[in-house]
Ligand binder design. Structure first.
Ligand code: ZN
Ligand code: ZN
Length: 266
């Protein structure tokens, strides 16, 4: 198994360094690890959830060091890919594109944790009104259609607060699924949502995400899925991977094993 969604202490709300994740991944029997801490922006945007931009080079060096470490090489070895979880924003497309095109990163995950709404950034776990949901769909579609991201993290994150499976959430989901299908962008079944407190809904007591109804609908589209732990602690490096694959199998969804370049150590 593999996990391509991993955070480190650098973001301020996770623990462990890259080498700790490599060791935990090996202990869990993974054969590939992607490190994808929250991407810093040169102007300090969303600074309270990510490393400062001037620490980014050290982060990249730490990934390279972990990739070539003893821990990554013993036994069958483990591949370590250099990634980051970013947010699309039109005025920063050049910055985002150069990260992978310029070879600093092997891959980029698209997260949609905020959307521009009413002149501010609205957290997508706080969406309660139909027009906010429409704004989420628009922004998620733009994120996907930018072509900058190797896969989209937790596309059903809006289900954390939007508890009803109604015409609004179905329309939002269809917009996201259609964009993913037409661009060939994989969507992530996210293990972190499974570890967060469950919520009550008309569909019973359920994880905030992944939400079954979204993935059931996904089966109507030719979309590919990736399954990741979204680990914020080394001990969680493989958390939710088996459950996520079960969910995919239940709805007949196709799991892509290597959505990003797999990079073995020297
Ligand atoms: Zn995080
Ligand atoms: Zn993440």
């Amino acid at each position: 198994m593999k996990n391509y969604h991993t955070h480190t202490f650098r973001c301020g709300h996770a623990t462990g360094d890259i080498v700790d994740y490599v060791e935990a991944a090996r202990a869990a029997g993974l054969d590939a690890l992607g490190v994808s801490d929250h991407l810093p922006y040169p102007d300090g945007l969303w600074a309270d959830t990510r490393m400062p931009y001037d620490e980014f080079d050290e982060y990249l060096a730490a990934i390279a060091a972990a990739r070539n470490s003893e821990a990554a090489r013993i036994g069958g070895g483990i591949a370590v890919s250099a990634g980051a979880e970013g947010e699309w924003i039109a005025v920063k497309e050049d910055y985002l594109r150069d990260l992978t095109a310029g070879g600093r990163l092997d891959y980029l995950i698209g997260g949609v944790h905020w959307i521009p709404f009413a002149g501010d950034w609205l957290p997508t776990t706080h969406i309660t009104r139909p027009r906010e949901l429409t704004a989420f769909a628009d922004y998620a579609v733009s994120t996907i259609e930018s072509g900058l991201f190797d896969f989209i993290a937790h596309p059903d994150i809006f289900c954390a607060r939007w508890r009803k499976w109604d015409a609004d959430s179905i329309a939002c989901s269809r917009a996201v699924l259609e964009a993913a299908a037409s661009t060939g962008t994989p969507l992530e079944i996210n293990g972190y949502g499974m570890r967060k407190p469950y919520v009550n809904s008309e569909d019973g007591y359920r994880p905030q995400y992944p939400f079954d109804r979204f993935w059931e609908l996904a089966a109507e589209y030719p979309v590919a899925v990736v399954v990741n732990s979204d680990a914020h602690r080394p001990v969680d490096v493989a958390a939710g991977l088996a459950e996520g694959r079960e969910l995919a199998a239940r709805f007949g969804l196709r799991v892509v094993e290597d959505p990003v370049p797999v990079v073995a150590g020297a």
